[in-house]
Design a protein around this ligand. Structure first.
Ligand SMILES: Cc1cc2nc3c(=O)[nH]c(=O)nc-3n(C[C@H](O)[C@H](O)[C@H](O)COP(=O)(O)O)c2cc1C
Length: 224
């Protein structure tokens, strides 16, 4: 590992280059190396307590892509043209509640914590959920996991842009209908996982028709 040294100019250029790509050039596919690089930036993303409350499904099967179209109004053109199409799933309450089997697995097997540290962690984690963040419903717990899965989304899209790859984040879907589809056709346990977003990757068919529009930076940043 070495200290990164990418110029600010290159980074800002990548942020300008990134746009929500509506249509991809279907003839331009990402290599395995490129998509694995993008997924690695999700893998290395930060999460609360380091519990990684996410899962990513890469949908390359065209028949499965077709099934998504009727339940995702924001996705059809991307499903037809994107090189790679990813579902960003977040964990639900049975996985992320402080006393779940998954949290114990993370502490024991992934982080190799001692029993003593696990005990301290569990107390802290319980207080965080019950007292500090008031995560007292399944919906709140899912949204809390989802917030973290969006960090991975931002990182994947930025990493893609930095390497000249286009992307489009997609929330244009019917939550309940998509969940039914994920359960019945994708073999996903929807008691444990819900869909936060979809994201398409590939290369743009054409340059974006509009210049980027943003509020003035002084409207979004306050200095005290
Ligand atoms: C969480 C999220 C959900 C979005 N959902 C969709 C979508 O369903 N379909 C779509 O074409 N664009 C979608 N977008 C793209 C936004 O419309 C786009 O990012 C925004 O207009 C700013 O434009 P830019 O990304 O090109 O700079 C979404 C963006 C975000 C961050």
């Amino acid at each position: 590992m070495h200290t990164p040294n990418i110029s600010k100019e290159d980074i800002i250029n990548a942020f300008q280059f990134r746009h929500a790509t509506k249509e991809f050039d279907p003839t331009k596919k990402l290599s395995d190396d490129e998509i694995n690089f993008i997924l690695e930036t999700a893998h290395l993303s930060p999460s609360s307590f380091g519990f990684e409350p996410w899962h990513f499904v890469v949908v390359q099967d065209q028949e499965l892509r077709e099934l998504i179209k009727p339940v995702a109004w924001g996705a059809p053109l991307k499903l037809d043209t994107a090189s790679h199409f990813v579902l960003g799933l977040s964990m639900k309450a049975p996985m992320t509640k402080w006393d779940s089997e998954y949290i114990m697995h993370m502490m024991k097997e992934v982080k190799s914590l001692s029993d003593e540290r696990i005990e301290g962690y569990l107390k802290f984690y319980r207080e965080f959920q019950e007292r500090d963040f008031n995560l007292d419903t399944d919906k709140k717990l899912f949204d809390w996991a989802s917030k973290q899965t969006y960090i991975a989304l931002g990182n994947m899209m930025t990493a893609a842009a930095l390497t000249g790859i286009d992307s489009c984040p997609i929330e244009g879907f019917h939550e309940e209908k998509v969940e039914e589809l994920l359960r019945e056709k994708f073999g996903i346990d929807t008691d444990k996982y819900g869909l936060s977003y979809m994201v398409a990757f590939g290369h743009r068919k054409a340059d974006p028709p509009f210049a980027k529009s943003r509020r003035d930076i002084s409207d979004i940043v306050t200095w005290k």
